[in-house]
Ligand binder design. Structure first.
Ligand SMILES: Nc1ncnc2c1ncn2[C@@H]1O[C@H](COP(=O)(O)OP(=O)(O)OP(=O)(O)O)[C@@H](O)[C@H]1O
Ligand SMILES: Nc1ccn([C@@H]2O[C@H](COP(=O)(O)O)[C@@H](O)[C@H]2O)c(=O)n1
Ligand SMILES: [Mg+2]
Length: 225
């Protein structure tokens, strides 16, 4: 529950450059989730001129993890503001502190954890080719982010694996192929088709076709004279 509404949360995890943001955009389009990237929220906080801006910017440049209370507040505010009840939380929880604090504060447990598994070699290639002007997409910071991922984030994935909540995806494949695997996992969340609505329209079409046929048969003798 969050501010009185029941929410579904999926944590989207994986190393830097594994394709979390790319696949979240596809999931939003096909399955109606709202995408909340912790990294994007932190970058927006820097831009907004917040009092935490300088601290967040320094942490991002060093590939370190921002204290949980800052990130959780941003995630909570975004979820409350949204009219949706299905969220992809991308890049969070990044360490044990993030994980425990989120569950304590929000009382929300994820429906499952989507884990994009990719080699460092491939992730490095992608990050160096991303060209979005991110201050952390340089080889020095990328190496630090990889270390933080191994030391702090992989234990979170191990924790959720022990709870049988992790759905692991081979993220080294091309984007479209990764999404084929993602789609299988999200199939239970596909928007429901309203069969009654379809049946009504099929029925309408059938009646109209029948009327046209009767009309044509009735006038056929006159048309052929
Ligand atoms: N399966 C893929 N194959 C090749 N390139 C990919 C694939 N998925 C994403 N990319 C590209 O790799 C780059 C990083 O992808 P993306 O931003 O989605 O990763 P991310 O996991 O969100 O990274 P970060 O943790 O740094 O935010 C982007 O330029 C994206 O277009
Ligand atoms: N839970 C988080 C998520 C991110 N950060 C910081 O932001 C950086 C960029 O995150 P991306 O998910 O966009 O790659 C990340 O390296 C951290 O410095 C964080 O502190 N806590
Ligand atoms: Mg991202």
């Amino acid at each position: 529950m969050l501010g009185g509404k029941k929410v579904t949360v999926v944590f989207v995890l994986g190393g830097p450059g594994s394709g979390k943001g790319t696949q979240c955009a596809n999931i939003v389009e096909h399955f109606g989730f709202t995408h909340l990237s912790a990294g994007d929220l932190l970058r927006a906080e820097i831009k907004s001129g917040s009092e935490n801006g300088t601290m967040i910017e320094n942490m991002i440049k060093e590939g370190k993890i921002v204290p949980s209370e800052v990130t959780i507040k941003l995630l909570q505010e975004a979820m409350i503001k949204s009219e949706n009840d299905k969220f992809l939380i991308d890049g969070f929880p990044r360490n044990e502190e993030n994980r425990a604090a989120f569950e304590n504060v929000t009382k929300i447990s994820p429906a499952f954890v989507l884990f994009f598994d990719c080699s460092e070699e491939e992730m490095e290639r992608r990050l160096l080719g991303r060209n979005q002007g991110r201050v952390d997409d340089n080889i020095e910071t990328i190496k630090k982010r990889f270390k933080t991922f191994v030391d702090s984030s992989l234990p979170v994935i191990d924790y959720y694996t022990s709870k049988d909540k992790v759905k692991k995806i081979d993220a080294a494949k091309p984007i479209a192929e990764v999404f084929e695997d993602v789609k299988v996992i999200f199939a239970p969340y596909a928007p429901k088709v309203n069969y009654c609505f379809h049946l009504f329209f099929l029925h309408q079409h059938f009646l109209m076709d029948l009327c046209s046929l009767m009309f044509a048969l009735a006038f056929y003798p006159y048309c052929t004279e």
